[in-house]
Design a protein around this ligand. Structure first.
Ligand code: ADP
Ligand code: ASP
Ligand code: MG
Length: 595
């Protein structure tokens, strides 16, 4: 019998009437012949209210007790939902995370799912019950209650859909689906018929709050068809399928997002030698801080500057850790700047089309927005800007890439649904063997690309339009730029590095030479570099991947020149005579490759 998972977010169960509407929807699905598991969030803003309550009694609430408290929000919803179903004449049983056998690790307030047992659920379903599952919670091996992190009910829902082999995981929310950007911030944002896992992973981790990014890791790993749709009583319209294919492969950019509360930390004058990056990031990992936008640019006299961004809420903890690390490695100083926001564009088509980055830089320049830092990966470009300009930056790029207009050659909702179902069918047997250690990191491969060269620009003035001028000049030569990293330099100057194919290195240096020299900057290039990469699922949310890479390279005595990260890949640049040894070191460090 086919099984549906239906997840209802906070606004979709905010009051008694909405609870009853959700209950009716589940009953309707059951009457249509499905077994139904509902996953519910806390009602309305109840989780926020509980967080506030904790803050009123305690400055620094113990994480274990926080989880006990927050898990009650979902328990209120699950019990009243079961009551509503009984009242409507149906059969329902509510279950907490522990009762469902959702086993997690013990990292309170951000626990990861390790396994889920299904016997009890199967029996209840076979007896004709609708199961009402509390979202966002589980238990560790000592039966302590844990929660998965804010927004985590999406992850509960997709994980349950994976273990139960659900035909579909429906995510009911307060918007019509996944939009090209947050429809509450950009009026002409457009609902997408479908979005690929990799794009949604990036969008979610770059600020699109509509889905918890870890839920998409499950969706991708276990081929769960996901349908995001509106819970409104009068709508039954299709929403957005998150599945294996993109809406249009012709389009370089498919969506954009904003992370508002970013802060930047710069460690300057770091000795440019193996192991230094490792020391800094080890200290941060020990504090459980997720680091983003790592920018390491070549400095002078054998020293480099390393800057990176963290969430502003992690700034104080991060600074304390970084001060210690900077001291240990003999760096010259640590500086920070809060009040930043990160605007990003995402699209699978970017991997094969050039000209996205320079177009984004030009758009921001025309809006008189200065870019404080840049990082890129195959499928995204992120720019750090001042917080007060964040929203204007988001709107400008949404406009520039015409995201409000549907793409040509668009894959229809029906086609994407069929593709998602097909992928699930094809994978059904393999999935069962992978269900242990569900939320563990999955590494797909380690690779070496020795076809690239690097161009480094130093002492470039940090003002609007410079990045646009530089990358337009490169694009005008028809050269495809792969990684771009812009970090901070001293005295209002900035350093920029980018990689291009070796065959194009002298042409690239020439193309930018006049511009950079007119600005008083310097151009250097190195045609002999190698790019080492690790690909997988959950690369960014498992902060340990970068660390494992840095550790392996450092132990092999290899210096890291440049780093760029995305949800599915970490790239590091090393000198080309270290490429092979680097690859071997990584192969030895990542033995857990899943084909
Ligand atoms: P729920 O309580 O149902 O889990 P959330 O508030 O977590 O709902 O997510 C829905 C919200 O996500 C929307 O109201 C919208 O403002 C926001 N959002 C951010 N980015 C996007 C996007 N790209 N598409 C749709 N909604 C988005
Ligand atoms: N109630 C939790 C939160 O508000 C989990 C969720 O809604 O997904 O974060
Ligand atoms: Mg949510």
């Amino acid at each position: 019998m086919s099984l549906l998972v239906q997840k209802f977010g906070g606004t979709s169960v905010a009051d008694a009437e909405k609870v009853r509407a959700a209950a009716r929807r589940a009953l309707r699905a059951q009457q249509q012949g499905h077994q139904v598991v509902m996953v519910v969030s806390a009602m309305g803003k109840n989780t926020d209210a509980l967080v506030e309550l904790a803050g009123q009694v305690c400055d620094n609430p113990p994480a274990r007790e926080m989880d006990v408290l927050l898990s009650t929000g979902e328990q209120v919803t699950m019990s009243v939902m079961a009551m509503a179903i009984h009242d409507l004449g149906g059969k329902a049983v509510s279950l907490t995370g522990g009762q469902m056998g959702i086993r997690t690790d013990s990292s309170h307030t951000k626990a990861r799912i390790q396994s889920i047992t299904t016997e009890r659920m199967r029996k209840l379903l076979d007896d004709g019950n609708i199961i009402i599952a509390a979202g966002f919670q589980g238990v560790d091996e000592d039966l302590n209650i844990t929660t998965l992190g804010r927004g985590g009910s999406d992850t509960s829902a997709v994980a349950l859909a994976a273990v139960l082999g659900a035909e579909m995981c429906e995510i009911y929310t307060d918007v019509d689906g996944v939009f090209t950007t947050d429809p509450r911030q950009v009026a002409d944002a457009r609902k997408m018929a479908n979005v690929s896992h990799d794009e949604m992973l990036e969008l979610a981790s770059l600020g699109a709050g509509v889905m918890h990014s870890r839920s998409i890791e499950f969706g991708k790993k276990f081929n769960v068809p996901i349908h995001v749709r509106n819970s409104g009583v009068f709508t039954d319209d299709p929403g957005t399928i998150i599945g294996p294919i993109a809406e249009s492969e012709n389009r370089a950019v498919s969506g954009c997002a904003l992370t508002k509360e970013e802060a930047r930390i710069t460690v300057s004058g770091v000795p440019d030698k193996p192991g230094v990056t490792l020391t800094i990031f080890e200290k941060l990992a020990a504090e459980n801080v997720a680091v983003d936008m790592i920018m390491q640019t070549a400095g002078q006299d054998g020293r480099a500057d390393i800057s990176f961004t963290v969430l502003e809420s992690d700034l104080q903890r991060s600074l304390a850790a970084v001060e210690v690390a900077a001291n240990d490695v003999g760096a010259e100083g640590v500086a920070h700047a809060a009040n930043a926001s990160k605007v990003s564009v995402v699209g699978l088509g970017m991997a094969t089309q050039s000209g996205v980055a320079d177009r984004m830089f030009r758009t921001l320049a025309e809006a008189e927005i200065n870019i404080e830092a840049i990082t890129t990966s195959e499928i995204k470009v992120s720019c750090l800007v001042s917080r007060e300009q964040g929203l204007a930056a988001l709107r400008a790029v949404h406009d520039e890439f015409e995201l409000g207009q549907p793409p040509n050659n668009r894959v229809t909702f029906a086609d994407s649904l069929a593709a998602a179902r097909k992928a699930k069918e094809a994978d059904a047997v393999a999935v069962v063997s992978r269900l242990q250690a569900m939320e563990d990191l999955t590494i797909h491969g380690v690779a070496l690309d020795d076809s690239q060269a690097i161009v480094t620009l130093t002492d470039v003035p940090d003002s609007p339009g410079i990045a646009a001028d530089i990358f337009e000049a490169v694009a005008a030569e028809g050269i495809v730029v792969d990684m771009i990293v812009q970090g901070v330099g001293a005295d209002g100057k900035t350093n920029l590095s980018f990689t291009v194919p070796q065959t194009a290195v002298s042409k690239s240096a020439e193309a930018v030479g006049a511009i950079v020299e007119a600005l008083g900057g310097k151009v250097a290039s190195n045609p002999s570099i190698a790019i080492l990469s690790v690909t997988g699922v959950g690369i960014r949310s498992h902060t340990g991947v970068g660390l494992r890479m840095f550790r392996a390279l450092s132990q092999a005595g290899i210096n890291v020149e440049l780093v760029s990260t995305s949800e599915v890949k970490v790239n590091v640049v090393v000198l080309d005579d270290k490429g092979k040894a680097g690859l071997q070191a990584l192969q030895a460090a990542f033995t857990d490759v899943v084909e």
